[in-house]
Design a protein. Sequence first.
Length: 280
Amino acid sequence: SAICLAALTVPALSPFVSSGGVLAFFCGTSITVKSADLAAQNLRQRLMSSGHKRPEGDRCPICFDLIELSMCKHAKMNVCCMKRVCDGCILVARQRGLRGCEFCRTPLPHDDASGLAMVQKRVSKGDAEAINHLGEQYYYGDLGLAKDVPRAIELWTEAAALGSVNAHYHLGYTYYHGISVEADKPRGIHHWQQAAMKGHVESRHSLGNVEYDNGNYELAVQHWMISAKMGYEDSLNSVKEMFKKAHATKAQYAEALIGYRDAVEEMKSPHREEAKRLGV
């Protein structure tokens, strides 16, 4: 016999499973427990088997190497083309006398108004990352915009629908923690899951935090091991703490540590190291 598992009032996207394994369906939907369990197992399998590599958008478009984490500290987003260029390539461009965008050569914006105009031009073309970026400006009140979190959420929702993993992460954080909206943890988890399955490290780490808070230590370690091996230091530290508390094995910590070191080494380059020394 069918039972109703409806519990959430959210836009009709799709059924989803919370990070703790609880299946949530939209109001009015009936499904058998067996089907619900199968759907939960399928999503859990996809969640843990995918997203072990960072998305292509995390690569510098000039040298094609993955940008070091956190990317905001080791790269710059150019609003003219919405390309994030690593500090090493920025240094090389300066040494060659280039003063515009390192990627598309467009002159850099000279004030907030010109920067905002560049972003809005990309937004008008349906650029998912530009829409996400505009959402960030509203969230923080940058580029001369008044802080408007509801508007940021609208833009992130649009960007996420267009495939922006960063927008999914922002929505996850906003809904899970109830930032200027009513807290909706299952909805926040859903967005983190979507981003994590595409390689978003902060979303993966956040899912580990969720599982830890819920007492699901084994699953928390599994999430953190994935993001640690992509070069995320916070996840490595979390696995280390779990090892100290006997919630992770020595082999798991060793695997996470080796994977982390390998990932960090792959993100290094002579130009990037020189940029660090020069404070670029």
